[in-house]
Design a protein. Structure first.
Length: 562
């Protein structure tokens, strides 16, 4: 059998060998090239041989040349062209033997016949061509030996049997050498072609695998890009919410809608970090569980507790065999991913994702959703801190308002409570009447820290005069400044009294420490106290109270200054 592909294999659609070297196609191009060259050179060969050739030889050459033109120019099958070319070469060689015997180029054409047979066909054809050529020469030799054949050309020398024997031996040796060389070349050529085909097949296989990998990777990148866009959308919505309840609802509903999960639940830890309560759900069964106060206790076999303890993502699927735990509350679940909600290094809850597709979650999905879960946890913690801060501010405002009310109640009890401007000037009002809003009057409160510490009561000339909105706003701003000025004045007065008190304490302390004698210390202390507070009498006693026994009282000393 031939070592090279047949025409049916070569022409098979989609064959991988079409990209590699095709020996059959090469042979077709090769024989067509040889035929064209022979057609051109054949004219010169005919013209060169025509004067010396016999009439029969001339007729043969012309006939063979027309046959050569026909197989060259007309569309024919490869086999017809090949055998025609072999026949032309054999015919020219046979004619040379017939006319000149072993003394001219007959062996050359017979060798061309053998070479072409080896190149254009498989091993059996070139061996057959060699046998036919050697047999032809042997036949001419035997015919010459028995006197049956002599060269037809009158110019041909007489050939002896030795001439034919040498001619046959030379041709046979050279032909065998050529056939062996051609066969070795063809085997090596076949091996190279096979290696080339194998390399092309491997390259095509690698290219196919690479295309599959690129397609798969492109799909993964597109999926991840879609997940990132979804996470960005959810993060944008979450960042604008200031209510924990609304935030949780937006997170679970947006995650279910954007990522395509049929159930998303969000659990938060209680104050004791012991139980986790389902706070929000995107599915109807989950909302029913919220209404029932669903919680997960400290159970290490539960995925939620595993995530809280280990602070890592949990991914499972029903294809994992015994690892997957079926949740009776969500019977459609085939894949599950639970992620921790961590804020400031502590887990405050979990995000529970359920899918009705197998192997719906991958480590890449976990990476994207975990980033979203961290952002959600930070948002929940921020909202909690904001609520706590608002509560503290309300408490502080309430305490400040209470303190302001008490302080100004004391201040108004020590000072003149009101002043009134009249055409006669400004005069104090020691017992101001209850101020009521009458026609033409404008009553503006003096507000400090949310508490009213007084009022400004204005009345225009004329009974029908009214106040414009702009005037009201201006007076309200003035009232705010008056309230601040009164508060500043009170604070300055209180600071001065505090400083005066500290100064008095410092003076008394320095005078008392001027001596180490007990009597002198007592005398100095009594004198300073009487001066500071303008007392009628100051008494300082050192020792036990009067109720003590007499034996103790004798150690008591007393100093009274009047």
């Amino acid at each position: 059998m031939s070592d090279y592909p047949s025409d049916s294999v070569r022409d098979r659609p989609g064959n991988q060998e079409s990209a590699a070297f095709d020996y059959t196609t090469w042979r077709e191009r090769y024989i067509l090239t040889i035929l064209r060259i022979a057609s051109v050179l054949g004219v010169a060969l005919v013209l060169f041989s025509y004067p010396n050739a016999t009439n029969s030889a001339r007729a043969l050459f012309i006939s063979l040349y027309f046959i050569l033109l026909a197989v060259t120019l007309l569309p024919m099958r490869y086999s017809i062209r090949s055998y025609s070319l072999l026949g032309i070469a054999y015919a020219i060689g046979l004619n040379a033997l017939f006319e000149w015997g072993p003394f001219i180029d007959g062996s050359l054409f017979l060798l061309v016949f053998v070479i072409l047979a080896g190149v254009l066909f498989d091993a059996r054809v070139d061996v057959s061509a060699l046998v036919i050529s050697a047999g032809t020469i042997f036949g001419f030799a035997v015919s010459n030996w028995f006197g049956i054949f002599q060269a037809s050309s009158p110019k041909a020398p007489i050939a002896t049997m030795a001439d034919w024997a040498i001619y046959l031996a030379d041709f046979t040796i050279l032909g065998i050498a050529l056939v062996v060389a051609i066969e070795q070349f063809k085997r090596e050529f076949a091996r190279v072609i096979q290696q080339t085909r194998t390399a092309f097949q491997d390259l095509a296989l690698q290219s196919s695998k690479l295309e599959e990998m690129v397609t798969e990777r492109t799909g993964q990148l597109e999926t991840k890009a879609a997940q990132l866009r979804a996470a960005n959308t959810i993060a944008r919505d979450v960042a604008e919410i200031r209510s924990i309840a609304d935030l949780l609802e937006v997170v679970v509903n947006s995650a279910a809608e954007q990522f395509g999960y049929y159930h998303v639940g969000l659990y938060l830890l209680d104050e004791n970090n012991r139980n986790v309560f389902l706070q929000a759900s995107s599915s109807i069964p989950g909302r029913q569980l919220i209404g029932q106060g669903f919680r997960v206790g400290p159970d290490r076999s539960n995925a939620i507790n595993v995530v809280i303890e280990q602070k890592r993502v949990y991914i499972s699927s029903d294809t994992a065999g015994g690892v997957f735990i079926k949740d009776p509350n969500f019977p459609l679940t085939r894949s599950r991913m639970v992620l921790p909600l961590s804020a400031r290094g502590e887990v405050i809850g979990v995000l529970d994702l359920h899918s009705d597709h197998m192997r719906a979650f991958s480590p890449d999905d976990a990476e994207v959703v975990q980033a979203l879960a961290d952002l959600v946890a930070i948002s929940i913690d921020n909202v909690r801190l904001l609520d706590e801060t608002k509560g503290l501010l309300r408490q502080l405002e309430s305490y400040t308002a209470s303190q302001t009310r008490d302080i100004w109640t004391k201040v108004t009890s020590r000072h003149i409570p009101a002043y009134q401007y009249t055409p006669a000037g400004v005069r104090p009002m020691f017992s101001p009447a209850k101020q009521e809003k009458a026609d033409g009057n404008l009553l503006v409160p003096l507000v400090l820290h949310g508490e009213s510490i007084g009022n400004i009561n204005l009345r225009r000339k004329g009974s029908t005069a009214s106040w414009s909105e702009r005037e009201r706003e201006l007076i309200e701003k003035i009232a705010d400044q008056v309230a601040l000025a009164l508060e500043n004045s009170r604070l300055v007065d209180e600071a001065q009294r505090s400083a005066h008190r500290d100064q008095m304490i410092a003076n008394v302390s320095s005078r008392v420490r001027e001596t180490l004698d007990v009597e002198s210390v007592l005398r100095t202390a009594a004198t300073e106290l009487r001066k500071v507070f303008d007392l009628k009498e100051a008494e300082i006693s050192v020792g036990m109270p009067q109720a003590e026994p007499a034996r103790v009282r004798k150690n008591t000393s007393s100093l009274r200054l009047r």
